[in-house]
Design a protein around this ligand. Structure first.
Ligand code: 8YV
Length: 327
């Protein structure tokens, strides 16, 4: 009998067909108040789940006693309670690498858009308010040759460093849990403390995963250390920043501007103070959201799921320590 799996996010039909070759697939294109009751019912005898963003914690796992693998269609896995999943001998997988370039493109776009005030000027042109030559009050700041600080030099951080080093002649400072010698050698990145990055970088990109250690990693103290001309870009998770402190820093002029792809609460509330600031450029968490990359991510996640259920080691297994127990 084929193992039963639940796909709870819309994915390409080729991905569903691939999973169907070896599994019985229950497919929910999305989880909402309509689909949730049957989703929970199906969980009872599901051996695998495939999707993204779903909180998988003790309470959830109680509803899925047969689960063998949780396959996340994302590189970040802050939605997964890894110790609890591992305790229950369940595999957890993610989709690293395939999204590095797309996310780096988004982050660089956000950085450029914020520095050169593109959304604000786009709005001015489209609303018919371009009535004379642009004056100093609408100038942006240069990106090329400025110092870029990257907090979190994993695959995505390195892809940002590549663009900065080869394309924009930017000196790079970085902070990471451990040294990234490849980024140092190839992209001339210099390892520094978080404080040093805050003090010396012109642009600060936050790319760290969200873990208990990185909650509100950037707060009042860090914003106060930054240059008044600094531009802060968040491409990690909203909770890695103290948003109240960010609002304060922007209002006080402690930093110049911010570009945000992520928020503590998503979708962000329409009355959030960050949304009414001209010097804040926002995106709706679209780092990896291109047709090509989302398809690649879904394929990798599907392969992880199938391999795990076939007794093979999934390519991107997060909780390696579960292996001795499972296989
Ligand atoms: C999206 C991401 O959260 O991979 C991640 O960690 O942040 C994004 O790609 C996710 O894939 C939403 O479906």
């Amino acid at each position: 009998m084929k193992p039963k799996v639940i796909v709870y996010k819309k994915v390409d039909s080729t991905v569903i067909e691939y999973v169907r070759e070896t599994c019985e697939v229950i497919y929910f294109e999305k989880l909402d108040s309509q689909s949730l009751p049957s989703f929970y019912k199906e969980l009872k005898d599901a051996e695998g789940i495939l999707g993204s963003g779903l909180k998988v914690d003790e309470k959830f796992l109680e509803l899925a006693p047969q689960l063998k693998i949780v396959s996340n269609i994302s590189v970040g896995y802050d939605n997964l309670d890894i110790p609890e999943i591992t305790k229950r001998k369940i595999m957890a997988t993610n989709t690293p690498e395939v999204l590095n370039d797309s996310v780096a493109d988004t982050i660089f776009g956000l950085l450029l858009a914020t520095a050169r005030r593109m959304p604000e000027l786009n709005q001015m042109v489209k609303s018919g308010k371009w009535t004379s030559q642009v004056g100093e009050n609408l100038y942006g700041v240069d990106v090329h040759h400025k110092t870029l600080g990257i907090i979190g030099m994993g695959g995505i951080g390195s892809a940002i460093a590549k663009r900065a080093n080869y394309g924009f002649d930017m000196p790079i400072l970085y902070h990471n849990r451990s040294r990234n010698l490849e980024a140092e050698q190839i992209y001339q990145a210099t390892y520094c403390s978080l404080e040093e990055i805050c003090q010396h970088a012109d642009f600060i990109c936050l790319m760290t995963p969200l873990t208990p250690k990185t909650v509100k990693l950037i707060g009042e103290k860090e914003f106060k250390l930054m240059k008044k001309s600094a531009i802060f870009v968040n491409g990690s998770r909203g909770a890695t920043v103290d948003e109240d402190a960010l609002v304060q820093a922007l209002q006080n002029g402690d930093i110049l501007a911010a570009g945000l792809d992520v928020f503590a609460q998503e979708p962000v509330s329409p009355d959030h103070p960050l949304l009414s600031m001209d010097n804040v450029v926002t995106l709706p968490h679209i780092g990896s959201a291109t047709y090509e990359t989302r398809l690649k991510m879904a394929k990798v996640a599907a392969e992880n799921l199938v391999h795990g259920l076939e007794g093979k080691q999934p390519l991107s297994l997060i909780n390696q320590d579960v292996l001795t127990e499972v296989h």
